[in-house]
Design a protein around this ligand. Structure first.
Ligand code: ADP
Length: 458
């Protein structure tokens, strides 16, 4: 301010001096004074002109929006322009930081596994991420600023949106929902800001299916246990209320033992399944001898065949090929349980006089194949895909009569998955079935090669 006043005084002083000098040469009563006054006024005008020009330049610079170049140097206007430029640069930096932060935030939302959509109060779409685009079939080029109700046309959603009560989520069918492949979405709106809406969507198909499976499973287990339990309770009541002969009592007790045995088998299969689901997959450091497994299976098969067909000599022709010597990496108990289930099915679903053939072969590509083939009742093709589901039975009474729980093939499937085994089923009604487990090369080693290695290392 001081320099500004000084410059005004200096220019005015100079003007006054020039005026006084010029006036003293003209003939007048007060020649010098008049000239000085005129000079002072002219000096002030010149100063004002210079000042206004600099102020105008500053204004033009501000209007141009290019704050990178300087306008004035020195003086009040120079300082004003410097400070303005610094302030604007700080503001620009802050705005740039906010833009970068917003961009980062949107990128994070973009990769969110949940669908995120931002709506303005009336339901106009402001932004959505790629998951929301996939959930509702949206296109970020085409659908921004559209009404959400025009694009998500599910009637349930329209009612939910119009109802303005967003405390609960809405479950609605997804875009690709078909009766064969149901797709379920969970959608919920949340209010934020000034009348804006945040719409979150999740694909809950797997969750819903798991929940339905859990319900089915509990219903099935209850049903499976209730039947033998009801029979047992009936026999107990009969034994309590009726005066039975020793022969009758013996027969009832034997039937009761049969029902108790059925429940025991069911509980044991359920425990096996739950153990398979809850424990880590078996490693590849424990080797199981397949010929030994085959010997155990052969004994078990003869015993089961005899139990199911009492009084019939050699009810089934059992053909076990134990010539191939190999080992498999995994859990001996699990493998025994899976193979034994396949074998017990072959015997149970093959009438007396039929044949059961068991093979355990090494293939040239290093994989190995364990197979059980029978000449039994066979399975119609429409059942094959669902055979390994828990409690799925083709023939209910036959399964129960022969002591089946409906869990055998579910156990086989789990064991197979845990050992990287491919399960192949081929069957023809009336002709027989073959169930094969294909072991990956990484879990198979030839016993002869391993004996040779052991001998070499000794
Ligand atoms: P289950 O205890 O009833 O035998 P599984 O899970 O072992 O239960 O088998 C499921 C269904 O698959 C059986 O109920 C039966 O209908 C059918 N099945 C399994 N193995 C055979 C087979 N070897 N021959 C014919 N049907 C079979």
């Amino acid at each position: 301010m001081f320099w500004r006043a000084l410059s005004l005084l200096a220019i005015q002083g100079a003007g006054g001096l020039v005026g006084w000098l010029a006036g003293s040469r003209t003939p007048s009563t007060l020649p010098g004074l008049e000239g000085a006054v005129v000079g002072l006024v002219l000096g002030a005008l010149v100063w004002l002109l210079i000042d206004t020009t600099r102020a105008r330049r500053w204004l033009l610079w501000l209007r141009s929006g290019d704050t990178s170049s300087a306008t004035a140097h020195g003086g009040l206007w120079g300082e004003v322009s410097d400070r303005t430029r610094r302030l604007l640069r700080l503001r620009e930096q802050a705005a740039q930081d906010s833009r970068t932060r917003l961009q980062d935030f949107l990128e994070a939302l973009q990769v969110s596994p949940s669908g995120v959509m931002l709506l303005e109060g009336q339901g106009r779409i402001e932004w959505f991420n790629q998951t929301a685009a996939a959930h509702f079939g949206l296109d970020s080029e085409r659908d921004l600023a559209q009404q959400v109700g025009n694009l998500v046309r599910e009637p349930g959603f329209a009612a939910y949106f119009a109802g303005h009560d967003y405390r609960h989520e809405l479950l609605m069918p997804g875009r690709e929902n078909t009766p064969l492949h149901p797709v379920k979405l969970s959608v919920q709106l949340h209010r934020y800001g000034e009348g804006r809406l945040l719409m979150l969507s999740r694909d809950v198909t797997a969750l819903q299916q798991a929940e339905a499976q859990r319900r089915d499973f509990i219903a099935n287990v209850s049903h499976e246990i209730r039947t033998p339990l009801t029979v047992l309770a009936g026999f107990v009541e009969t034994l309590q209320s009726l005066d039975l002969s020793a022969e009758e009592r013996k027969r009832y007790l034997s039937l009761m033992a049969q029902q108790a045995g059925r429940m025991q088998t069911l509980v044991s299969d359920l425990l096996t399944l739950s153990k398979l689901e809850g424990s880590p997959a078996p490693g590849v450091d424990h080797w199981v001898s397949v010929p030994e497994l085959m010997r155990e299976l052969e004994e078990e098969a003869s015993a089961l065949s005899a139990v199911l067909h009492p009084g019939v000599q050699l009810a089934h022709r059992l053909d076990f090929d134990t010539s191939m010597q190999w080992e498999v990496a995994g859990s001996a108990n699990e493998l025994r349980s899976a193979m034994s289930n396949l074998l017990s099915n072959a015997i149970r679903y093959t009438p007396a006089g039929g044949a059961v053939r068991v093979r355990a072969q090494l293939s040239s590509d290093g994989t190995a194949r364990f197979s059980v083939a029978d000449t039994g009742c066979g399975i119609a093709p429409e059942h094959l895909a669902r055979l390994t589901q828990r409690f799925y039975r083709v023939d209910h009474s036959r399964s129960r009569d022969s002591g089946g729980t409906g869990l055998g093939l579910a156990i086989v499937k789990h064991v197979a998955q845990r050992h990287g085994v491919e399960l192949k089923i081929s069957s023809a009604p009336g002709k027989g079935s073959e169930f094969a487990m294909i072991f990956p090369a990484s879990r198979v080693r030839s016993l002869s090669r391993c004996i040779a290695t052991r001998l070499l290392s000794e």
